[in-house]
Design a protein around this ligand. Structure first.
Ligand SMILES: Nc1nc2c(ncn2[C@@H]2O[C@H](COP(=O)(O)OP(=O)(O)OP(=O)(O)O)[C@@H](O)[C@H]2O)c(=O)[nH]1
Ligand SMILES: [Zn+2]
Length: 297
């Protein structure tokens, strides 16, 4: 009889997956053309050779973080409990991407923290701080670090936050996400090379999502940087609730089905007018409403 076991998906590249099963790395494929497996998924597998297996079943997910475009959704990670959004004093970060990430996380029930890296670049520090105040005011913690100049302080600040959590780091290219991962995950480089070889991606690419185990059962997921964070999958009803800054005002509109775009006596528009909600956030909300009406799947 073929051997059935349970593992956790630690890397994904196209339809190639690598799972950790009892501490060994196993190449996995899905049945048929299924591509609905995400890094972090707990999977039941059937071995087809000592280090290869077929994924039979994805166990029920606690959370699922994904982005999407008009045509399809792209799974980022399963079962994560928190998202670290990495930004930096330089290069400049995109408010649009940061905000989209907060919305995706809220919709998925995942906690959010912002990490401001490169605080040693003092020339841009105050500007970055000012921009991040919008998020701090919504209740998202902001952690100031310098992976390069103050590595020990950085670990002291961030490592305790990883305990008992499954954390995904996302960030635009150049923010220092790799530097942070290397500080927080001992031997991350070695693990990545090994995973890349086992994933059999043809070339030794590092642009895939991967999960690292930390001692004590915590895990960290590194995802490739991306320039777009489509949220076409979020319905109108989900959207307004995924804007944490809207929460105090929801239910206060004249019309129960208010879309908060141009309606009279809209509590959200009033809050924007009163400076309680950042105009940038309301504009993004309008854009996301538009996106959610465009899905073709
Ligand atoms: N001044 C300063 N530079 C840093 C700091 N952390 C990282 N860097 C530099 O920023 C650049 C980008 O760092 P990476 O860690 O490669 O950034 P990344 O976000 O993984 O970027 P990608 O690999 O493009 O996704 C490198 O030149 C780092 O040396 C920091 O705290 N301060
Ligand atoms: Zn309204």
């Amino acid at each position: 009889m073929k051997q059935q076991k349970t593992g956790i998906v630690i890397a994904a590249h196209g339809r190639h997956y690598l799972a950790d099963v009892d501490g060994s790395h196993v190449q996995c494929v899905t049945r048929g053309k299924k591509t609905n497996v995400a890094v972090g998924d707990i999977v039941d597998v059937t071995f087809t050779s000592p280090d290869q297996a077929v994924i039979d079943k994805i166990q029920e997910r606690r959370t699922l973080l994904y982005r999407s475009d008009q045509y399809k959704s792209k799974l980022l990670a399963a079962n994560v409990t928190q998202l670290f959004i990495v930004v930096a004093t330089e290069p400049s970060f995109s408010d649009d991407l940061v905000s989209r990430a907060t919305v995706a996380a809220e919709a998925a029930g995942i906690a959010v923290r912002l990490v401001l890296n490169k605080v040693d670049v003092t020339a841009n520090l105050e500007q970055a701080r000012t921009r991040l105040k919008v998020y701090a005011a919504m209740g998202y913690p902001v952690h100031e670090v310098s992976a390069k100049e103050r590595p020990d302080d950085t670990v002291a600040e961030l490592a305790p936050l990883l305990d008992g959590q499954s954390t995904i780091l996302i960030g635009q290219s150049g923010m220092g996400k790799s530097s942070l991962i290397n500080l927080l995950v001992p031997d991350a480089d070695i693990a990545t090379r090994e995973i890349s070889a086992k994933l059999d991606t043809g070339k030794h690419t590092t642009t895939f999502t991967r999960l690292y185990h930390l001692s004590g059962g915590a895990s960290v997921i590194d995802s490739p940087g991306f320039q777009e964070f489509g949220l076409y999958h979020l319905s109108e009803g989900m959207l307004e609730r995924a804007f944490r800054d809207f929460a105090p005002y929801l239910g206060g509109c004249k019309y129960y089905n208010c879309r908060h775009l141009a309606e009279p006596q809209c509590a959200i528009l009033d809050a924007v007018g009163a400076g309680k909600i950042a105009p940038m956030r309301h504009e993004l909300y309008g854009q996301l409403l538009h996106e959610s009406a465009q899905t073709l799947y």
